[in-house]
Design a protein around this ligand. Structure first.
Ligand code: RUQ
Ligand code: CUA
Length: 674
């Protein structure tokens, strides 16, 4: 695949030489009104929120469309020094697993929660691919609230796709491994290695759990999507490496002409589990939840899952032969068509839900694999898109009967018609697109209008930045017959998938601050008078408030070298967008950033005597530079009395801040003295 892209690249290079300038001349591709179509005037809001996975950054990035403005990075599976996520004591448990605390993962698929198969704006789910986990992000706070580890899996790639009412999200193992994972020769792959498909209950915050796992043949599982309409109750997963190779997969897993899409009847699976046909399977996995009131995360461990073997629940899985090493599996808005993206296929195969059901009823089988019936290709296929391009990966829909597929090798998006399978349009991308995203484009009611292609390779699109270039997204207008390129913008990490919804669905539901009254953190400090310092053996706990523009207390003495000093900071502001930060000289940790009303704790172990300043890291007021203090550190056993004082100077500054007049849009002066 790579070689072909290189070849494509050399073709482009020849084209460059021929025209004597770098391709493509933007004017040829972007029509005159493109600038207007993406221009969102200062002070105006965009129409959509788009949630892009960060790939190897382990995070989610939030962009506004159509402007391409980056609004936020939401830390999920990776520590984030910008806010202290995964560094401060309250959020470290979010990254706990049975392997210990993991500071990084690889996010792939952003998935919005759904009601009646349409995004409902409650949550965003995302997977951790390396150490299989799924996360739930609350969309009133744009914050990771819950992470569940998936046991008996390796590589959580086909994840976390949701059923139409978010009854379940799924996670399939990418790599087959011994289950349970024990020490066996790698060459015993065929006997010992298996896959699992996990169905996860995710509809109640704090209660995410593995509902059941389905034990599958030892293939690689790649992507998934839930059915709807005529395919409702079914879940589809692509497989590759049905060759069961365990070395040089590039070659050895590309031999079979067809691999499979596994069609799972999840309603039947649910019934079989209820009927006691699944076995308890000892499995240890972490479940991490950030309590919304204390804003502290805690970890619990699961000890067992329900493992369902297909043989114990006849009819729960069928295999649909699909050419060739399929990647994406995407269901059209009606739910009738199941589109496979065969990376190495020359056509885009589309299965029909109606035909699948008829084929099952007629037992149109081509044998079975370990008791799982294989359906005949001709019996389930609804159509094939001929000559779509090279390297089809992912498909989304506009809700008007059209499908759009990315072509990784031929670097283009191809628009084709559902039912007639004719190619209607093709638009080049720069370069090698992976996923594409239409707002609501995998749901029952796509919002259409825009298409975002997420390109793996950027090459010459932007000013160069050394050997590593940002990956790139390209926004197309798909409201007309022809796709129109509107905008390029660089992205963070590697956005695999993304989802988007109209801003109006969630913009007015955003919290503005956390209520101090409801803050149940045991170390909360609600007022200056509550500030304190306390020693418990080698641990020193400092309770401190942050307010424009001082810390209280701001002078600490009696700390000794080797103490574990816990700075428990509470931002007592009750006003939107007034943050404070905290950092101390020589700390071996990331800063704290405190949203209004929340408590965060920084652990610091001083290593030598001296006086150490601390300061606010977020420019919070005109007197932000005055927001500082000192910790005196003495030698072990020095017995300097433990004191925490607020200087008179700091106290007077509150009054000075309140003298700053509030402007109508920025009313923050008023809350300063509270
Ligand atoms: S993937 S570029 Cu990890 Cu969804 Cu297809
Ligand atoms: Cu608080 Cu700067």
């Amino acid at each position: 695949m790579w070689r072909s892209s290189v070849r494509l690249w050399s073709v482009l290079a020849v084209a460059v030489a021929a025209v004597g300038c770098k391709p493509p001349a933007p004017a040829e591709l972007v029509s005159g009104d493109a600038a207007k179509a993406v221009y969102v005037a200062p002070g105006q809001y965009d129409e959509f929120y788009a949630f892009l996975s960060g790939g190897f950054s382990g995070q989610v990035t939030v962009y506004a469309l159509p402007s391409g403005r980056l609004l936020k990075t939401i830390p999920v599976f990776s520590q984030f020094p910008e806010t202290g996520y995964g560094y401060n004591e309250e959020t470290k448990p979010m990254l706990e697993t049975t392997f210990g605390m993991i500071p990084w993962d690889d996010t792939h698929h952003a998935e919005l929660s759904q009601t009646d198969a349409v995004p409902d704006g409650r949550w965003l789910f995302i997977n951790g691919n390396n150490t299989p986990r799924v996360a739930r992000i609350d969309l009133t706070r744009f914050e990771t609230e819950e992470i569940l580890q998936i046991p008996n899996a390796a590589g959580g790639h086909a994840s976390p796709f949701t059923t139409g009412n978010s009854e379940y999200i799924v996670s399939a193992t990418r790599f087959s491994v011994p289950i349970p994972n024990v020490d066996v020769p790698i060459a015993s792959f065929k006997e010992n290695f298996k896959g699992t498909l996990s169905f996860i209950k995710a509809d109640v915050p704090g209660k995410m759990d593995i509902a059941f796992q389905l034990l599958m043949p030892g293939y690689n599982y790649d992507l998934g999507h839930a059915g709807k309409g005529p395919s409702d109750g079914w879940f589809f997963f692509t497989t590759y490496n049905t060759e069961q190779a365990y070395t040089k997969l590039e070659l050895n897993a590309s031999k079979n002409d067809k691999d499979y899409i596994a069609a799972v009847n999840w309603k039947l699976a649910e019934q079989c589990v209820k009927d006691g046909k699944a076995k308890a399977f000892p499995s240890r996995y972490a479940h991490n939840y950030l309590d919304p009131d204390s804003r502290m995360a805690k970890v619990e461990y699961g000890t067992s899952v329900k493992m369902l073997e297909p043989a114990a629940c006849p009819g729960v899985v069928y295999l649909l032969p699909t050419p060739k090493s399929p990647h994406g599996v995407d269901i059209d808005p009606t739910g009738e068509y199941i589109v496979g993206g065969g990376k190495l296929a020359t056509v885009i195969p589309v299965h029909s839900a109606t035909k699948i059901k008829a084929a099952i009823a007629a037992k149109a089988f081509d044998g079975d694999i370990g008791g799982i019936p294989v359906l005949k290709y001709e019996a389930t296929i609804g159509g094939e898109v001929q000559k779509p391009g090279l390297g089809p990966l992912h498909t989304e829909f506009d809700g008007k009967g059209n499908a759009y597929t990315t072509m990784f090798i031929s670097s283009e998006v191809v628009k084709w018609k559902l039912g007639t399978w004719e190619v209607l349009d093709r638009a080049p991308t720069y370069y090698s697109p992976g996923h594409l995203m239409i707002p609501g484009g995998d749901s029952k009611k796509p919002w259409g209008k825009y298409l975002l292609a997420m390109n793996k390779i950027t090459k010459d699109r932007y000013l160069p930045t050394g050997g590593e270039l940002a990956q790139s997204a390209q926004l197309f207008d798909i409201s007309g017959d022809k796709m129109k390129l509107l905008l390029d913008f660089p992205t963070q990490g590697e956005p695999h998938y993304a989802q988007a919804l109209p801003a109006s669905m969630i913009k007015d539901k955003q919290i503005k601050f956390f209520s101090l009254a409801k803050n149940t953190n045991p170390w909360v400090t609600r007022s200056e008078a509550e500030g304190s310092i306390e020693r418990k053996g080698k641990a020193v706990h400092v309770k401190m408030i942050a307010i424009r523009s001082h810390f209280a207390p701001d002078n600490l003495e009696g700390v000794e070298v080797g103490d574990s000093v816990y700075f428990h900071l509470t931002n007592v502001e009750q006003d939107w967008d007034i943050l404070h930060g905290f950092a101390v000289l020589g700390m071996t940790n990331a800063e704290l950033i405190l949203q209004p009303g929340e408590t965060r704790t920084l652990l610091w172990v001083p290593r030598s005597p001296g006086v150490y300043p601390f300061y606010c890291t977020d420019f919070c007021s005109a007197l932000h530079q005055e927001m500082q203090g000192y910790v005196r550190v003495s030698a072990p056993g020095a017995h300097v009395p433990l004191t925490a004082n607020t200087s008179a100077k700091a106290k007077t500054q509150v009054g000075r801040l309140n003298a700053v007049p509030a402007t109508p849009e920025h009313q923050h002066g008023a809350a300063g003295g509270r």
